[in-house]
Design a binder for this molecule. Structure first.
Ligand code: NAD
Length: 510
């Protein structure tokens, strides 16, 4: 059984609401700490069989899972649309991206985890190998903004690496996760391989405290800290994918029309509720006014609401309150409103808001807004743009627009990921590791790093032949200190071997 078992009373159930209409989409159990522990214990048993399968055998089952998910794409997209509020087109995009990661993880697992021979250095008679092994059970805690794509970044890579998973979705989007678990239970030979436990923060806290071998958390920085503290009780390692305040830089030599179009998408897709949303924009003085004009033109062409809208309802009224607060704070401090604004908020719908005359004293330029807001700041130089872009405690995504020289600017950004002449592209390229620094968290999902994130590293040193000088023994000749002194000089001092090594390096240009 893939959803943790329970016989809850009516008050033990959690309702999932459609943020566009306020209707209840469905209810799920609130799992207790004991039920979470039981799910982890079942996952442990499943993990023992799963970890012993070959990559090919795991790959076959995961491919069957991918195909089953693809055949349920309509139901999955519909649930994402109804629980999260995003337009159907974005929900289908999310399903597609989640499946592309599952497919990639399956295809790469064997290579990413292949044992590697490495140099044995001074112990030249040894064969040294690094190997990667599944951890066991991974606890995945997910957010509501991308209820399938985001947790799949951990789930797919953890399963492909040979682990079992217990997934706690956001309390705002649990039905999608329950569906995922149902499909998993029907597909995998081990029905407890991917289980879902539902509930709010307490259920997540129980998972972080449970006997899992790693917690992969995606959510806010504040909750991430709580998860890390809970996991510390058992010294359980954590992977934290947290929030962001992603900057975008537009240089004088950028294609302004293309930059504006990308900016509007990057800031407003999913109504700005993406961890890698464009949250602040720095534009070179020479093209600032033209850029603002283009952005406003693009924003005015958008349709808000409805199944075919570009932007849907915000997922929670709590998030609407935060966005409104950021807008009011900015306006009180002198920001100019070009579209939208706090007065244009109606229920869970926020009209996309373009602001100029903004600065870093405003919340909209320093805190994660997580809404459809585009604050644009004029800069006198690219140096100033880089300084402002890096003036944050976060460091998740970023983007730069300009000619060839913009690559140098990209490399100066203190962020986990940068898109050049595009936005967000790094999240859709499965071979690129995804993650941040600072308040954006640590560890990586996606890519080979994302597979190895769910493994333990083992080092093996195998003696291939005996040497006259055996360092791993107390039986040493009397003149051993003299010999060692000579070796130190030869190998690491000014000796013949060291000199030869230096010469060799110089010849190879290193
Ligand atoms: P959140 O921190 O409120 O909740 C995330 C999850 O943690 C939910 O499942 C919640 O029930 C659970 N939780 C709450 N309290 C807990 C506790 N004490 N212990 C364990 N779990 C607990 O985040 P959210 O509002 O659901 O998501 C939005 C945030 O997620 C934003 O900050 C966004 O930037 C971030 N995010 C980051 C990424 C990324 O990959 N870096 C991706 C998507 C979203």
């Amino acid at each position: 059984m893939a959803t943790a078992t329970s016989t809850p009373s009516a008050s033990d159930r959690l309702s999932s609401f459609n943020p566009a209409t306020g209707e209840v989409v469905g209810t799920v159990p609130v799992h207790t700490a004991a039920e979470v522990d039981a799910a982890v214990a079942r996952a442990r048993i499943a993990s023992q069989s799963w970890s012993h399968l070959s990559f090919e055998a795991r790959g076959e089952e995961l491919t069957a899972f991918r195909k089953a998910l693809a055949s349920h794409a309509d139901e999955l997209a519909e649930l994402i649309h109804r629980e999260n509020g995003k337009p159907l087109i974005e929900a289908y995009t999310e399903v597609m991206m989640a499946l592309s990661h599952l497919s990639h993880a399956v295809g790469r697992a064997a290579d990413a985890m292949a044992p590697r021979r490495v140099s044995s250095g001074v112990l030249a008679n040894f064969r040294s190998t690094i190997s990667y092994h599944p951890l066991g059970v991974i606890g995945v805690i997910g957010p509501w903004n991308y209820p399938l794509f985001t947790p799949m970044g951990s789930i797919a890579y953890a399963l492909a690496a040979g682990n079992a998973v217990v997934f706690k979705p956001s309390e705002l989007t649990p039905l999608l996760a329950v569906k995922l678990a149902e499909i998993a239970a029907k597909t995998f030979a081990l029905p407890d391989l991917l289980q879902v436990v539902t509930g709010a923060g307490a259920t997540g806290a129980a998972l972080a405290k449970s006997a899992v071998d790693k917690v992969a958390f995606t959510g806010s920085a504040a909750t991430g800290k709580r998860v890390m503290m809970a996991a510390a009780e058992r010294l359980t390692p954590v992977l934290l994918e947290l929030g962001g305040k992603d900057p975008m830089i537009v240089a004088e030599d950028a294609d302004v029309e293309k930059a504006a179009e990308a900016c509007v998408y990057g800031a407003l897709t999913n109504a700005g509720q993406a961890c890698i949303s464009v949250e602040r924009v720095y534009v070179a003085d020479a093209v600032h006014d033209r850029f603002v004009e283009e952005v406003v033109k693009n924003v005015r062409a958008l349709k808000i609401g409805g199944d075919d809208g570009h932007l849907g309802a915000m997922t929670s009224s709590a998030q609407v309150t935060i966005v409104k607060d950021h807008l009011e704070d900015a306006i009180a401090k002198g920001a100019k409103v070009h579209t939208g604004g706090p007065d244009a908020i109606s229920g869970n719908y926020i009209q996309p808001t373009v602001l100029t005359n903004v600065d870093h004293t405003m919340k909209v330029m320093s805190d994660e807004t997580f809404g459809p807001v585009i604050p644009i700041q004029r800069v006198a130089s690219l140096d100033e743009a880089v300084r402002l872009a890096n003036d944050t405690t976060y460091g998740l995504g970023s983007s730069v627009f300009g000619g060839k020289s913009i690559r140098a600017i990209a490399s100066r950004l203190r962020a986990g990921m940068t898109a050049i002449n595009s936005v967000m592209a790094f999240s859709g390229i499965p071979s690129l590791p995804f993650g941040g620094i600072g308040d954006s968290g640590f560890g990586r999902i996606h890519g080979d790093e994302g597979i190895r994130e769910f493994t333990r590293v083992k080092s093996t040193a195998e003696q291939m032949m005996s040497l006259p000088m055996n360092m791993m023994s107390f039986r040493q000749p009397k003149d051993m200190p003299t010999k060692l002194k000579g070796m130190i000089k030869q190998l690491y001092g000014d000796g013949v071997v060291a000199k030869a090594t230096d010469t060799w390096r110089k010849l190879r240009g290193r």
